[in-house]
Design a protein around this ligand. Structure first.
Ligand SMILES: Nc1ncnc2c1ncn2[C@@H]1O[C@H](COP(=O)(O)OP(=O)(O)OP(=O)(O)O)[C@@H](O)[C@H]1O
Length: 268
């Protein structure tokens, strides 16, 4: 990534406040997402990672703050601007959030229906292309979500998120519930899509292996805001109890060693 690209902020969140009744989840939260990066969003349970994803994509309305995406103020966007934004991002929820009464191909066709004058044949062909892009077998298009494994459902959710060739995808816990082999295959898929399509990825995860395998930067949510952003190496220097425990604990050491097999011996 060149410096110019690295500075190309496509999403800018400032002073975000979200709350449910008297429960304040975010207060004064700032975050930048840069074009082409894979940004890992981490934080303890309940720190508001999913709520942040939903606020940025306009699914939840925050109490205060500004969210700018591709130069558009998300919170003030007209219906037309919102529709244009929806074409530029895709969202994959934890369980894939597929329509259970539709086949995988029909699920992927749902966002494609927004394209005017697209013939049913072309819509079907485009959906099949996305299904193969995420590494699902051709026949998976005819299957209903309940007939698929958890990993396949996640891939189907990703295919639907990619239907309109978005510039950014928001992934909520994409490897949660997958076995280690399925999870690392999903990590590889994220990397491939990022490299081959230049896709920006906003990745909510608890999975340290995924962070080390995929992320350019991480943003840590704590104390109702983004406490710190930086590379994984930067996180080792952060003097905060949760960050220290998370990034230097035994699981993090294993994930780091798996990502750079010689790192532990180099350090010795
Ligand atoms: N619709 C809602 N109504 C009321 N409270 C909510 C709602 N959605 C989220 N919350 C609360 O907001 C807080 C943040 O939730 P969120 O799901 O974003 O956390 P998270 O960081 O993604 O957690 P986890 O890592 O466990 O998935 C939690 O305390 C949750 O109970």
């Amino acid at each position: 990534m060149t410096t110019a690209e690295a500075n190309d902020t496509i999403i800018r969140v400032r002073g975000l406040r979200t709350q449910f009744g008297s429960h304040v989840v975010h207060d004064g939260l700032d975050l930048d997402v840069r074009r082409g990066e894979i940004l890992g969003v981490v934080g303890g349970s309940g720190t508001g990672k999913s709520v942040l994803l939903r606020a940025i994509t306009g699914l939840d309305r925050p109490a205060a703050g500004r969210i700018e995406a591709f130069g558009t103020e998300v919170l003030d966007a007209s219906a037309e601007e919102r529709a244009r934004l929806d074409d530029r991002w895709g969202v994959m929820f934890q369980d894939g959030a597929l329509f259970s009464s539709l086949t995988v191909r029909e699920n992927v066709e749902v966002p494609l229906r927004r394209i005017p004058d697209l013939s049913p044949e072309l819509r079907r062909a485009l959906a099949e292309l996305k299904i193969s892009l995420v590494g699902l077998p051709y026949r998976a298009g005819d299957a209903y979500p309940s007939e698929l494994s958890g990993g396949m459902r996640k891939r189907a959710g990703l295919a639907r998120a990619l239907a309109l060739d978005p510039e950014i995808v928001f992934l909520d816990e994409p490897t949660a519930g997958l076995d280690p082999i399925g999870a690392s295959a999903f990590d590889a898929l994220i990397n491939t899509l990022s490299e081959s399509l230049g896709l920006t990825v906003f990745l909510v995860t608890h999975d340290l292996d995924t962070l080390y395998a995929t992320c350019d930067r991480v943003a840590v949510l704590a104390e109702k805001r983004v406490l710190v952003t930086g590379t994984l190496a930067d996180m080792l220097e952060v003097d905060h109890p949760w960050v220290q425990e998370y990034f230097t604990g035994p699981r993090a050491r294993l994930a780091r060693a798996a990502d750079r097999p010689n790192a532990e011996t180099e350090a010795d």
